[in-house]
Design a binder for this molecule. Structure first.
Ligand SMILES: [Fe+2]
Length: 327
């Protein structure tokens, strides 16, 4: 059974809701992935050229929540970077000038959407938009709208998750060099795997894992990077797995960066209750076409533009081959 970590109220954690959540994911995870795959034409499958899988040793929602808290980018991944280290035309500059953004968010037809925002140059706003899409997909805010970077956090059981990353072949890289020509220390992309075994948990395991503290280098942590963990995904996985297989959220003191996570938990609980009541299937499971109208990314606009208007402007300008082929 898959555990949904609830929003605080005792009734959110009843056996009935947990049972419904478990049934929901057991029945619908493969159904959703199969329909997403079938929705893609042959050309589009070729374009979805980069697929990565990684097994995570924690609850699926705990792992997913890192993708819907964008403020962590400014310290976990770039905490050692100072504003003067960043070229003036790099958007990363704003994430290190101000590491505590403010937020907007909404429920949407496919799940939840949010953006982090902070001032850029005078009269401008720097936006970072991202999404949660039922049943377990995310789109992260790092990079332009002219790419699709979609990630699934598929429950294997209560304490193991399979991460699946899909991105377009040739998508622009989201990280640029610093002024000194070097990449941010510890920002290596990609994955190093242990050899596969025939065990149920024997595939897509990283060499960076809890048994070796995700290969943390304490000298690097003191001198050049915030974590000392030598890859972006290793840093993400280190903070989510080190909370334990299933974190007890009851002791947390929530801050502004948790607001999208709280809203998404409530949206998931409502979907689990509806499924328990009458079998209502959440959006996206049977109609993955709704995903094609959703994007994420970061950009700067005039500060007078409202957040949803800024998103729609980016969507109109973005490359969207499925929608454009249908027109
Ligand atoms: Fe991250």
């Amino acid at each position: 059974m898959v555990v949904l970590r609830g929003g605080g109220a005792d009734h959110d954690r009843t056996a009935a809701v947990r049972k419904a959540a478990g049934e929901f994911f057991a029945r619908q995870r493969l159904r959703n992935i199969a329909r997403v795959h079938n929705r893609l034409g042959d050309t589009d499958r070729a374009e979805v050229g980069v697929v990565h899988l990684v097994q995570c040793e924690c609850n699926w929602l705990q792992a997913l929540e890192g993708d819907i808290d964008t403020s962590h980018f400014g310290f976990l991944h770039t905490g050692s970077v100072q504003p003067d280290d960043v070229p003036p035309d790099s958007l990363m500059r704003w994430t290190v000038v101000n590491r505590a953004p403010e937020y907007h968010m909404n429920d949407t037809s496919y799940g939840t959407m949010y953006c982090a925002y902070r001032p850029a140059e005078p009269g401008q706003t720097y936006w970072r938009f991202a999404n949660f899409l039922f049943p377990f997909w995310t789109q992260t805010p790092q990079g332009p709208f002219d790419r699709v970077n979609t990630r699934a956090w598929v429950p294997m059981d209560d304490t193991h998750t399979m991460f699946v990353s899909l991105s377009w072949r040739g998508s622009p890289t989201s990280m640029r060099p610093l002024k000194n020509g070097q990449m941010v220390p510890g920002s290596r992309l990609g994955f190093d795997y242990l050899p596969n075994t025939t065990d149920w948990y024997g595939r897509w395991r990283l060499t960076q894992n809890p048994s070796n503290d995700w290969m943390i280098d304490r000298v690097a942590q003191r001198t050049e990077s915030y974590t000392g963990i030598p890859s972006i995904h290793g840093q993400d996985q280190g903070v989510t797995e080190s909370m334990g297989p299933i974190t007890d959220h009851a002791f947390e003191n929530l801050g502004p960066s948790d607001i999208m996570i709280a809203r998404t938990r409530r949206r998931l609980l409502r979907a689990a209750r509806a499924f328990a009541k009458d079998g209502t299937v959440p959006p996206g499971v049977d109609e993955p076409g709704i995903y094609t109208a959703v994007r994420s990314g970061d950009f700067v606009t005039d500060a007078k533009i409202a957040w949803r208007d800024a998103y729609e402007m980016q969507m109109r300008a973005a490359v969207r081959p499925l929608a454009q082929a249908a027109e």
